[in-house]
Design a protein around this ligand. Structure first.
Ligand SMILES: C[S@@+](CC[C@H](N)C(=O)[O-])C[C@H]1O[C@@H](n2cnc3c(N)ncnc32)[C@H](O)[C@@H]1O
Length: 281
């Protein structure tokens, strides 16, 4: 592992670059993060300094180094049914209410459909938790025309999510034995999500700092544990754009430890049991 230290001026340049390409804000004091997470890339590219890494990244028209830096710097921590209560909320309130409203509004569910977006999906546990809930509920995907979209900025995270393969540690986190056996197939030392669950989801690379072109509108958006890495200004801009991506009765779910204090003008908070969700204003 590279033992090269990042100098204050290199940290300034690199953190500005990382902010530009990903929205991830590295405040002073996060020098260790740059040193620990970028050391493998420094070694692989034989960079004598962080300035050299920056120059190589800027000169690289394939954007391959940029991708590697984003993969390394982003925190992909996630697990199945993370925090539990949002998934109880989805299962016991949001999905039944949506189905009810869609049935009343149109009488023809196929025409309206239900669209759910996991907007910083990391390695897929969040969106697969929703697929499993929908299966548990016995919901007929075709009848309700349910579409699940999962996006993330990290190529590596999206690749794993799309492949749906998890190691022993990952499947012990948040997943009951029943669901593991019901929805996964053993694959050597790994477990692979069954095709019937995998097929429900479309995975796509997407940077939340860039325009959401061509995504359409959603009935439910999850934007959990990602905005904490952005500046206050970027957070506000992001949640305003997310509110515009919601159907008039669409809902937003954020991380259990997050709040929308500065972005509340776009949403109406609502409580259900121990969860808060946000309806578009
Ligand atoms: C801590 S994980 C959260 C995963 C999941 N939402 C959860 O709560 O368990 C944060 C994810 O946000 C992604 N991310 C960071 N910056 C992003 C950006 N600008 N656009 C899209 N995704 C981003 C990271 O790659 C990472 O996978």
């Amino acid at each position: 592992m590279s033992k090269i230290k990042v100098t204050p001026s290199e940290f300034q340049v690199l953190s500005k670059y990382i902010l530009e390409v990903s929205g991830i804000a590295l405040a002073a004091g996060k020098e260790y993060l740059v040193e620990t997470r970028l050391s493998n890339i420094m070694d692989a590219l034989q960079c004598p300094s962080y300035n050299d890494l920056y120059s190589k990244a800027k000169r690289d028209h394939t954007h391959d180094i940029e991708k590697k830096i984003i993969d390394a710097i982003s925190t992909n921590e996630t697990y199945f049914f993370r925090d539990n209560t949002p998934f109880d909320l989805i299962q016991h309130k949001l999905i039944p209410d949506l189905i009810d409203r869609r049935s009343k509004n149109t009488g023809i569910l196929q025409k309206t459909g239900i669209r759910i977006w996991s907007s910083a999906s990391s390695t897929g546990q969040e969106i697969y938790s929703i697929s499993m809930i929908l299966k548990d509920m016995g919901i007929d995907y075709t009848r309700y025309n349910i579409k699940l979209l999962a996006t993330d900025i990290s190529d590596a995270a999206i690749a794993q999510a799309s492949y749906g393969k998890y190691n022993r540690f990952e499947v012990t986190r948040g997943l009951s034995k029943q669901r593991l056996e019901r929805y996964f197939n053993p694959d050597g030392d790994y477990w692979r999500i069954k095709d019937e669950i995998r097929a429900m989801v479309t995975f796509k690379k997407l940077n939340l700092m860039k325009p959401f072109t061509g995504l359409g509108k959603f009935d439910m958006i999850l934007c959990r544990n990602v905005a904490i890495y952005f500046t206050a200004q970027d957070r506000k801009m992001l949640f305003e754009r997310i509110s515009e991506m919601l159907e008039p009765d669409g809902v937003l779910i954020i991380g259990s430890t997050e709040s929308l204090t500065n972005e509340i003008s776009f949403f109406q908070p609502q409580r259900y049991l121990n969860s808060t969700f946000y309806v578009r204003k």
